[in-house]
Design a protein around this ligand. Structure first.
Ligand code: CTP
Length: 437
């Protein structure tokens, strides 16, 4: 049985869920004091235009960059920054309690530090302490500040508690310097917010928070000479969807991307590779402390036996030499074999053109992984498309069909099946999920 306070919180949670269901979720846009505050105007616009009820809560220093009039005009609400304004409405508690999502953009190093330590000296930090909904931080600061161990520890603390901290983008900073620390694109932040809201509304919260997951994506290229390679048609879209959805569920994500042209997903560490051997090195390294590994990349089974350091020239009146190939290592089988006793969950994909399920079952056994997503590929099927249809086979004999739909939906099912199989996190009881979980 819940006590009175618990009941109030459950009611607020139900209210929040119905607001999301009714299509007008309440979003608190917290803005801390950095030059990137001007970009948060675009985020406010994206959120309001797509039907969210947005309350801007800028800090005093944020108002040095963008004034209250701008926030008020963009959100259609008066802007409060002080806990002492409208005290009868108890804003320092009410704004956070009634939110479906809090997003802080930009989040300065100072704001991250306060949030990690539970300080509450203004309206925004009070709001963070009272919010029981998903919280997204989009940090922006100079590279040195982002890389400082104090900031990194604060970010790790927030992520462990279930907050979504988006990785800053790399590029031009305030002055002439360039590096990691730019506020990610407002569209990317918007995308993360939308997903966090959907998961929050489903009551699922950030169920992968505190986890490190590794996803491989794209297709390997096996070089013949400096200008030619053997490759395949994989676009990387399914792997990128897996990376994005895992990040939205709170995981720390390493995406090992083989030759994909897709932009880096927000909040994800991307390692770019070319060949199967490079992919193997990157995945093996990242898998060392991973809770789950998903091999969505199309890895070439063979590579040219020799690499010509100069461009291979045709010779007049001569047929070309036959191409000698050697086998590449089977990365999925290696990762599966090397994780004994670690509790790591390993999943692979099987691209088949015929007799799809029979080949899938044989492959699951041969690779020794926990899950195998079996899908049919062909000239116009799956490669490069936005949609996918699959059956997820599990080593315990279960089969989960996923109907034709967005690659994101298949990705969510894969993470559901992985989350069920992950061992309990140690020492984080009570820190994860929403109240009432
Ligand atoms: N895979 C891998 N290393 C390889 C080949 C494939 O890790 N050298 C992984 C893929 O990332 C995928 C799974 O194994 O998760 C199955 O890939 P697929 O190409 O369908 O199977 P293959 O093992 O290559 O078997 P075949 O081509 O004979 O069907």
């Amino acid at each position: 049985m819940r006590g009175g306070r618990g009941e109030t919180r459950v009611t607020q949670q139900q209210d929040a869920q119905s607001a999301v269901a009714a299509g007008r979720p309440k979003v608190v846009l917290g803005v801390s004091g950095g030059i990137a505050a001007y970009k948060a105007c675009e985020l406010a616009r994206r959120l309001t235009e797509s039907g969210h009820d947005v309350r801007a809560v800028p800090t005093d220093s944020a108002l040095q960059f963008v004034g209250a009039a701008t926030w008020s005009a963009l959100t259609g609400h008066p802007v409060a920054t002080e806990v002492w304004e409208s005290v009868h409405e108890v804003p320092h508690v009410r704004i956070g309690q009634s939110a479906d999502l809090v997003v802080i953009a930009p989040a300065t190093a100072d704001l991250l530090a306060k949030a990690a330590h539970g300080l509450a000296d203004d309206l925004l930090t009070n709001t963070l302490l009272t919010a029981r909904c998903p919280v997204v931080f989009a940090p922006a600061m100079h590279t040195e500040m982002w890389e400082h161990p104090a900031t990194q520890e604060n970010v790790a603390t927030l992520r462990r508690r279930g907050a979504l901290v988006i990785e800053p983008a790399v590029g031009r900073l305030t002055g002439k310097d360039t590096g990691k620390g730019r506020l990610p694109d407002p569209d990317a932040i918007f995308d993360v917010c939308r997903r966090a809201l959907l998961r929050g509304a489903a009551g699922a919260g950030a169920d992968l928070s505190g986890r490190h997951v590794v996803v491989s994506a794209g297709g390997t290229r096996e070089p013949l000479d400096p200008v030619r390679f053997l490759g395949n048609r994989s676009s990387g879209k399914q792997g990128y969807a897996l990376a994005r959805t895992a990040a939205a569920r709170g995981a720390r994500v390493t995406l090992v991307s083989a030759n994909s042209a897709l932009p880096d997903p927000a909040g994800v560490d991307v390692v770019r590779v070319g060949s199967a051997l490079e992919l193997r090195e990157a995945v093996t390294k990242a898998a060392a402390d991973a809770d789950a590994v998903v091999m969505a990349a199309a890895v070439a089974d063979f590579r040219p036996a020799a690499y010509a350091t100069g461009k291979i020239k045709k010779k007049d009146d001569q047929e070309p030499e036959p191409l000698a190939l050697v086998r590449n290592p089977d990365i999925l089988a290696e990762i599966s074999a090397n994780r004994s006793g670690s509790g790591q969950v390993v999943a692979g994909f099987a691209a088949e053109t015929d007799d799809v399920l029979a080949h899938g079952r044989a492959k699951l056994a041969a690779k020794g992984c926990d899950l195998l997503v079996v899908n049919e590929v062909g000239e116009s099927k799956t490669f490069g498309s936005e949609e996918n249809e699959a059956v997820v086979l599990a080593a315990d004999g279960s089969e989960t069909p996923v109907p034709y739909g967005p690659k994101e939906a298949l990705a969510e099912t894969v993470w559901d099946l992985i989350a069920e199989r992950l061992p309990e996190l140690q020492g984080l009881e009570g820190l994860r999920g929403l109240p009432g979980d």
